[in-house]
Design a protein around this ligand. Sequence first.
Ligand code: PLP
Length: 409
Amino acid sequence: MTPPPFDPTTIRRDFPLLTTPFHGKPMIYLDSAVSGLVPLPVLGRMDHYQRLEHTNVHRGVSTLSQEATDRFEEAREKVRSFLNAASTKEIIWTRGTTEAINLVAQTFGRANIHAGDEILLSAMEHHANIVPWQMLAEERGAKLRVIPMSDAGELILDDLEALLTPHTKLLGVVQVSNVLGTINPVKEIIARAHAKGVPVLVDGAQAVPHLTVDVQDLDADFYVFSGHKLSGPTGIGVLYGKKALLEKMPPWHGGGSMILSVSWEKTTYIGLPGKFEAGTPAITQAIGLGAALDYLQGLGLDRIAAYEHELLHYATEKLSAIEGLCIVGNAKAKASVLSFVLEGIHPHDVGSILDHDGIVVRAGHHCAQPVMQRLGIPATTRASFAYFNTREDVNALVAGILKVQEIFK
Ligand code: PLP
């Protein structure tokens, strides 16, 4: 059966914020890269769980507890299927991308990275994939090395083999840059790193809302993302890791749920994935993330990607035509993230004036200060598009930008 046409007008009804007056106007939300809006069916699923199904999981024999555990583990299975991971043992719940990377740094990193070793990162990483490694490198006497990028915002991979030295213990790379929108060729990068025996962590925070991800096809060793960028709630995220690697890693947080037995002399741990999930997890949020995946799959991940691609193309064309506007990030392969600077006007002023017009964008360094340093700019204004945005939203952004320019003339 042919699915109905992709219709953002109908989809928008699932987002009450879009019809709630904001500075006296309907809100135009162009900030999904900072956090996605959560659709009503996802909110409804969490509400239902919390009202009627909730208790703690993996504890006790009560029917309520067993059913809550089933719902929680069903959500894990949804994530497994979404990433095409081989097993739910490879899906670890975390609070988000940041916590997932810290987990890898503090377990895999502390077990494998020592004085003189190197961690190779790309020039367009979010702070979340820099700072945990820098902290570890300082502690261990290891070194960070950087894959450079071009002015257009593409990684320069010509010298990748030279950067992958016998001391390299991990390569960390973002799949989609949150500043530039660049889609990095992570499958190729992983293959080249593996040829040198180096495992790869992929930061998928900005990729999962826009691309279909298959961790087995990518052959990623670790893949991390956050629920709140994916139409799910905050407070939940995922670490995917290859089972063989996760099994060898020591636990990170200690406490209830992750133990097999505890005595004053010794504690033994359970297997995957519980070994990395000490304490009461974010149950409602995990179930919410599962519902978000159902929602997105209901709309069709391929159709979302195609629609957003078309919208990005339209927005790029419209914004490029504005005199004095410079798009930051002109990679050939891009997801629907559009950063720009306006000649003579600080991005914070652009963001504030657009905000008063009901247009929500992000202005700043986007937690990627090394990208700003590389490009020699203090900040950008960033519009990011989701499946509920329309050409009318883009037109409103263009009108808003022209108004900003008029004010600063
Ligand atoms: N990595 C990238 C590329 C991001 O865009 C973000 C958030 O903006 C993060 C990591 C951090 O995500 P979180 O704050 O949800 O942990």
